[in-house]
Design a protein around this ligand. Structure first.
Ligand code: ADP
Ligand code: MG
Length: 456
């Protein structure tokens, strides 16, 4: 028999025989003579020298005979028998937390569904796993659930065209989820798109700082050119009809240098500029349910950064309107790695750091996905309250995650190298307790799945 005790009604210890069924991540209940039983969650299990099993966990609440979970005023208990929680009990835990996003099933007990808490996406989320671990696929599953169950609009920075078919369902089923997704307004903007499907940003709308970043100008090191820019900045576009003729006409040597800069950077050849047509922010201001930005398809590396800067500057400028939006950035190291150092990279990263630090209360919530924690600026990581971890083999990276995300039990993080594709650890505010799960299948089509080796 395994028995558990808790001094404070918050944490508990247990000891039992070696064949006890508990592992880190197990939901457990105590056996009690009264109708109330404690519900808990195992954080860590170790073998004692004497060959027994010992472990620690946290108390989630007390459950009554009708399956109602109460999380207030949980008292201490001493030497009570501990059992695996049944599916009903786990279901009560999810119900009490309003966890409704069914994203997968528990690895331990696959017959039980794993659920996330939708209203806790009002925090920043960090999503990590090595390449091929299934991050983008699983992210798609979560975004579908958010689309089905919430009215939270999302903008998705999609560098590999993985989400460009988010508006196409894989089956014509009439199930609730499918019907809900079919009714959602999902827009896909691409560099080659026509009309309102084109992914464009307007240079004229940029602040002087962002214009300078596009032009790689430093206000002090390049003071003459920067100054020339401030004099033409109201004039509009970065092309032959825009600031270039104005600079030439000014008969100013600094203006001539700035023209050469525009020409050498080939800014007029960038297809990202909207000129007088609709830009990405016009679409976002309408707040479609989801807006997919296919940022990988541009010719010049700076163009995806221009889109990111345009969108993030705009959302930040309008933050006082407090219109919530989930900003999803797949392969987020493209936009906020501590190592990228062009002025445009810096401008985008600074804006992301600012949104990470201050965006929460304005409804600017981010979900950042990448392969290694070190690829994201530490000031951003430290602001994330939700963690999704998929397979990651590097012990250094796992140790770093353990340091930053103290709420994720180390014993569960340590299982990550053994994860199969599609398995994930979810921890933090958006789950009632840290959860190992295998994601369900996607309902919509993946855009760019892996290329297969051609066989004869
Ligand atoms: N849970 C899953 N079920 C089925 N296929 C998956 C699953 N997860 C990933 N895949 C497939 O594996 C490949 C890599 O997954 P992906 O999500 O792109 O990985 P990552 O984003 O971590 O590099 C893709 O072709 C994807 O279709
Ligand atoms: Mg991916």
């Amino acid at each position: 028999m395994t028995t558990a005790s808790s001094i404070d009604g918050r944490l508990f210890q247990f000891v039992g025989s070696i064949d006890a069924p508990f592992v880190a991540g197990s939901f457990v209940t105590t056996e009690g003579s009264s109708a109330m039983r404690h519900v808990g969650f195992v954080d860590d299990v170790t073998l004692t020298d004497g060959g027994a099993l010992s472990g620690v966990g946290r108390v989630l609440g007390e459950i009554d005979a009708d399956g109602n979970l109460s999380t207030t005023h949980v008292g201490s208990f001493f030497d009570v028998a501990l059992h695996e929680a049944t599916a009903d009990v786990i279901e009560s835990v999810y119900r009490a937390a309003d966890a409704t996003l069914t994203v997968g099933s528990l690895v331990q007990t696959p017959e039980i569904e794993a659920k996330l808490i939708p209203h806790r996406f009002n925090r920043h989320t960090f999503w990590c796993g090595q390449s091929g671990s299934g991050k983008t696929y699983a992210l798609g599953v979560v975004l579908e659930q958010l689309l089905i169950h919430t009215a939270l609009p999302m903008v998705i920075f999609d560098p590999n065209a993985d989400f460009v078919r988010l508006n196409e369902l894989r089956s014509d089923s009439d199930a609730d989820g499918h019907r809900a997704l079919r009714a959602r307004d999902i827009r896909v903007l691409s560099p080659g798109g026509q009309g309102s499907g084109a992914l464009r940003a307007r240079f004229r709308d940029f602040s002087i700082q962002s214009k300078a970043a596009v032009l790689r100008l430093d206000p002090v090191a390049d003071r003459d050119e920067y100054n020339a820019l401030t004099r033409v900045t109201g004039l509009g576009h970065v092309d032959r009809e825009g600031i270039v003729p104005a600079l030439r006409a000014a008969d100013d040597p600094a203006g001539d240098l700035l023209v050469k800069r525009v020409e050498n950077l080939r800014l007029a050849d960038w297809t990202v500029w909207a000129y007088d047509s609709a830009d990405v922010n016009k679409v976002l201001d309408e707040r479609p349910d989801a807006t997919v930005l296919d940022i990988g398809g541009f010719t010049f590396p700076g163009e995806k950064l221009v889109v990111a800067l345009a969108v993030l500057d705009h959302l930040w400028a309008k933050r006082e309107e407090r219109r919530p939006i989930l900003i999803v950035i797949d392969e987020a190291h493209n936009l906020c790695s501590p190592d990228n150092d062009t002025p445009l990279h810096r401008a985008v990263r600074e804006r992301i750091i600012q949104i990470a630090a201050e965006g929460r209360k304005f409804g600017l919530w981010m979900l950042l996905s990448t392969q290694r924690p070190s690829k994201i600026h530490p000031s951003i990581l430290s602001q994330c309250d939700n963690l999704a971890l998929m397979k990651m083999s590097s012990p250094v990276d796992l140790a770093e995650l353990a340091t930053i995300f103290g709420f994720a039990p180390e014993s569960m993080l340590a299982r990550s190298p053994q994860f199969q594709q599609g398995e994930a650890l979810f921890a933090g505010g958006f789950v009632p307790a840290p959860t190992l799960l295998k994601v369900h299948d996607r309902l919509t089509h993946e855009g760019g799945s892996d290329v297969r080796v051609p066989l004869r």
